[in-house]
Design a protein around this ligand. Structure first.
Ligand SMILES: [Zn+2]
Length: 394
């Protein structure tokens, strides 16, 4: 994937490690699964899969106020009428985030009235030749200053800069959570710049990049595995938008929804170390705090202070409608693994199949044994599209 995130200088990226250990969780009986015990603490100094999300992240609950600045260049002026097309292409990303949040996140987008002319030609911004953090911040600062006369940034949480489709050399769409620009008295810290790849990915590139500003990691691999050197999707395939924007089933994992506050603790079944646990899981696409608020959304089996096995129900619903094999999707989460290194890895129900991870979900009537503990997870059909999952520790 061309998409990537520009990193802040190391000194800015270093954040204090969270030290709330599992021991801090309140005591629980084996018969009362306690979600807090499964809320694994973050153990990386970058975007990752632990709790809470990175301290630089914007809140995913409440109102997110986005300033959408459309920019063009003297060497690539935007054609007449192209503003509506650019706006429409990205709208589906806003809808995706609001849909998945189940009303927890409200995105208010304010667009610039027209195209804002950048002070430098497009070729001065090296998106297509090794863009650095400094280059990215210069581009963003130029865009904000060029727009500032006609735009009020005083309430902006995140800046979205959209380049004209004519400027193919503004080639990809990076995010920074470390912008340092002040406009209208507001210190702007979070930004995404949308480049030519938005026309290949469609509006979901906005949802992927905004996922980073909310604290989610990249789930594709920055380095493919040595035995499969071109498979950057070996960790989660097309099962989550943070892994593959054009994937067959791009709903966010239940784990990520929980990280963002889009699932409540009561919707998470945390399996105790002893005794068997059963959960009846609703499809992930129906897992919001409002759709079926008292139903189980996911089952978590903790393995250590930083690792857990997670089970969720994926069906041909919502953004998963193109799914190849509906069923119980099992994955491991490791909160000590940082963005792009595989903090989440899907367990393949059909290893070696020609469809890769696309048919990774377990069908009803099957089971899987977790190799490190010997715990057996069994999957059965329940009412409608619901699935019953049982964990039996060895
Ligand atoms: Zn990304």
């Amino acid at each position: 994937m061309q998409e990537r995130r520009t990193a802040a200088p190391a000194i800015l990226a270093i954040t204090a490690l969270l030290v709330t250990g599992l021991a801090a969780a309140p005591a629980t009986s084996a018969a009362e699964p306690n979600a807090a015990r499964c809320r694994l603490p973050a153990a990386t100094d970058d975007l990752g899969s632990g709790f809470p999300v990175d301290e630089q992240a914007l809140p995913a609950v409440g109102t997110l106020r986005a300033a959408m600045v459309f920019v063009d260049f003297e060497d690539h002026p935007a054609p007449r009428g192209s503003l509506l097309k650019a706006e429409a292409n990205l709208r589906s990303g806003v809808e995706y985030l609001e849909d998945l949040s189940g009303g927890e996140l409200d995105i208010e987008v304010t667009g610039s009235d027209g195209w804002v002319r950048m002070p430098e030609p497009s070729t001065s911004y090296p998106f297509d030749r090794g863009l650095s953090y400094e280059d990215h911040v210069r581009y963003l600062g130029d865009a904000v200053r060029a727009a500032d006369d006609g735009f009020d940034f005083s309430n902006t949480d995140v800046v979205w800069v959209v380049a004209t489709e004519e400027a193919e050399n503004i080639s990809f769409s990076p995010t920074t959570n470390h912008l340092d620009v002040t406009a209208d008295g507001n210190h702007l810290t979070h930004a995404v710049t949308f480049g030519y790849d938005q026309w290949r990915w469609g509006g979901l590139v906005l949802a992927h990049e905004t996922g980073h500003t909310l604290g989610l990691p990249d789930l594709y691999l920055f380095e493919a595995p040595p035995d499969d050197p071109t498979n950057w999707h070996a960790a989660v395939g097309g099962w989550d938008l943070m892994g593959l924007i054009s994937g067959q089933a791009p709903e966010y994992f239940a784990w990520q929804r929980w990280q963002l506050g889009w699932l409540a603790d009561r919707q998470v079944v945390c399996a105790p170390a002893r005794g068997s646990t059963t959960a009846t899981l609703v499809p992930v696409a129906e897992s919001t705090t409002t759709a079926r608020p008292s139903a189980d959304a996911t089952l978590v089996l903790p393995l250590s202070a930083t690792r857990a096995v997670v089970v969720e129900n994926r069906q041909a619903i919502g953004y998963d409608r193109e799914i190849l094999t509906p069923g119980a999707l099992v994955y491991t989460v490791d909160t000590s693994v940082r963005t792009g290194r595989g903090p989440i890895r899907v367990v393949d129900a059909t290893p070696g199949s020609p469809d890769g991870l696309d048919d990774a979900a377990f069908r009803p009537g099957t089971s899987w044994t977790e190799p490190s503990t010997g715990a057996v997870l069994s999957f059965e059909r329940a009412r409608g599209d619901d699935l019953r999952v049982t964990v039996d520790p060895s």
